[in-house]
Design a protein around this ligand. Structure first.
Ligand SMILES: [Fe+2]
Length: 211
């Protein structure tokens, strides 16, 4: 008997297994944002010092398979039953010449305490608009590790007159896991400090002007 039917069966089995890994959303992993730019948000009064020099633009990374559009507009993602370490994440959104981008949307999402994404609801998902100084601030928890990935927070940032930035930011105290993560990039590490309540992270985004 020919061995081809066996090979064909194996190929079909492999294909079926591969199909099972393709997310049902079927998007191209570069979803655009669809929020109304309605000007700067109320002043957060963070008084963050802008750097003297900025990069030409924050490095982009894949959005991954778990982005959800139309997230709630909010700055606190902590839920009553959250039990991760609290994290205050804040920073500036700037142009390449370090000028603030007011009214830019910052949309973040990350996994929960067990390394799972909420793909039905909006747990640990939310967006907000920067204030007149280009500042944003989220109160959330530190995500955790999940299969094959170091700890990270996904972000999409866009100003009314800038290109969309999709990227991921990382934690400096995950040295081993960062080194083992194939897409980790050191320039995307936040500044991180431990506080009495948990953690304080700062990351500034630099957006490129619209082409
Ligand atoms: Fe992720």
């Amino acid at each position: 008997m020919s061995e081809f039917p066996v090979i064909r069966r194996r190929l079909l089995k492999g294909f079926a297994a591969w199909i099972a890994t393709v997310p049902l959303t079927g998007h191209a992993y570069n979803t655009s944002l669809n929020y109304d730019f309605s000007g700067a948000a109320a002043d957060l009064e963070l008084n963050l010092e802008a750097p003297v020099t900025c990069t030409s633009g924050t490095r982009a990374q894949t959005e991954g398979p778990f982005y959800s559009p139309a997230t709630p507009r909010r700055s606190t993602l902590i839920e009553p039953d959250s039990n991760g370490s609290p994290l205050v994440l804040e920073g500036l959104v700037m142009t390449p010449d370090c000028r603030p981008v007011a009214g830019a949307v910052v949309d973040i999402w990350h996994c929960d305490e067990q390394g799972r994404y909420d793909n039905q609801g909006y747990r640990y998902r939310g967006h907000q608009f920067t204030d007149g100084a280009g500042s944003y601030q989220f109160k959330t928890i530190r995500p955790t590790l999940y299969s094959g990935r170091t700890e990270h927070i996904h972000v999409k940032v866009q100003g009314e007159n800038t290109r969309l930035l999709t990227t991921q930011i990382y934690f400096p105290d995950r040295k081993q896991e960062n080194a083992a993560d194939r897409i980790f990039r050191p320039e995307l590490i936040m500044n991180l400090k431990q506080t009495v309540d948990g953690w304080y992270g700062r990351f500034d985004f630099v957006l490129q002007p619209k082409a």
